[in-house]
Ligand binder design. Structure first.
Ligand code: AMP
Ligand code: MG
Length: 292
């Protein structure tokens, strides 16, 4: 049995290795904002939270997507360990992989492709696994990766075309290696995954080996004002809610970027082989549960 203290110690190492890995590659670490006028609308069922702010409302950030796009546009290569609040439905408590507050290792690179990001993620995860293996005697951690297109997954597992892969299905798909699922169809994701002009997106999900669920999502981003506006309207979003972000796009300051986010608590759960994500943090916020 691994103690909570040992889990947190492993997590400390994960963070050390992460920072070293990306700094060695000339990434700048950015401290992410916790509140903002604009945040990721989390179109996969979770709601965003707001706070009263000097007589107005500010969002509590649910991901760093828009801010890291901007940071990468300014600095080229950036990463961040960012806290996120997502009001997941209470039914998600049962998945053992959802918290309402969690952290992401966020990476974003300007003038990069989703293929570059996949390569970088593989290098990072192999190095992380090796370093952790050297330091701790945990359990056998696979090094392999296999890619399926979303289309292949849909026909193999009978998912309705255009649906996200359901959580329990991720366990069925999972193998004794990491699985990439690439090129989701337009319409299955939010507005910020860039499309290839043929109804597919230049994006991916990464699943952990052995049923530990989704490790990461990422891809190339839409950054052109007119295109983003059109996609937002397609999704029925209110453009006014994204005004500050759209203003940056309109100004031409946003560059083409690509990146991904890896949930820190899920990564810790996977590395330590924990039954539930609750065990991967000292202060878990389970959906719907009030806690200290
Ligand atoms: P998403 O933008 O929803 O794809 O989230 C990016 C990554 O953050 C996921 O691949 C997970 O690793 C992590 N993540 C997302 N939602 C949660 C959650 N509710 N609890 C813990 N980790 C999460
Ligand atoms: Mg995802």
């Amino acid at each position: 049995m691994i103690t909570r203290r040992e889990v947190i110690t492993v997590q400390n190492y994960i963070l050390d290795i992460t920072r070293r890995f990306f700094r060695d590659k000339d990434f700048l670490e950015i401290q992410s904002p916790i509140i903002s006028t604009v945040t990721d609308p989390c179109l996969r069922g979770a709601e965003t939270a707001s706070i009263e702010y000097y007589g107005s409302k500010m969002k509590i950030t649910s991901s760093m997507i828009f801010h890291k796009q901007f940071a990468a546009s300014l600095f080229g290569k950036v990463f961040s360990i960012s806290p996120n609040i997502r009001l997941e439905s209470e039914t998600k408590k049962k998945t053992k992989e959802h918290l309402a507050e969690f952290r992401q290792i966020e990476i974003e690179i300007a003038f990069s492709t989703y293929r570059d990001i996949m390569k970088l993620a593989e290098e990072f995860l192999v190095e992380l696994t090796e370093e952790i293996d050297k330091k701790f005697q945990l359990r056998e951690l696979p090094r392999g990766f296999k890619e399926y297109s979303y289309k292949e997954i849909v026909s193999k597992y009978g998912i309705e075309y255009g649906e996200e892969i359901p959580c329990d299905m991720e366990k069925t798909i999972s193998e004794d290696r990491f699985i990439w699922v690439t090129e989701y169809p337009y319409g299955s994701r939010g507005f910020y995954d860039r499309d290839n002009g043929n109804g597919l997106l230049r994006d991916f999900d990464l699943l952990y080996p052995n049923g530990f669920g989704e490790a990461s999502s990422g891809g190339e981003r839409e950054y052109e004002y007119e295109k983003v506006k059109e996609k937002m309207l397609d999704l029925g979003l209110n453009l006014h809610d994204f005004k500050d972000y759209l203003d940056i796009l309109e100004s031409g300051k946003m560059k083409p970027t690509a990146g991904l986010g890896i949930g820190l608590e899920r990564l810790t759960r996977y590395i330590c082989g924990l039954e539930s994500i609750e065990e991967a943090t000292l202060f878990p916020r389970l959906p719907g549960v009030l806690s200290f």
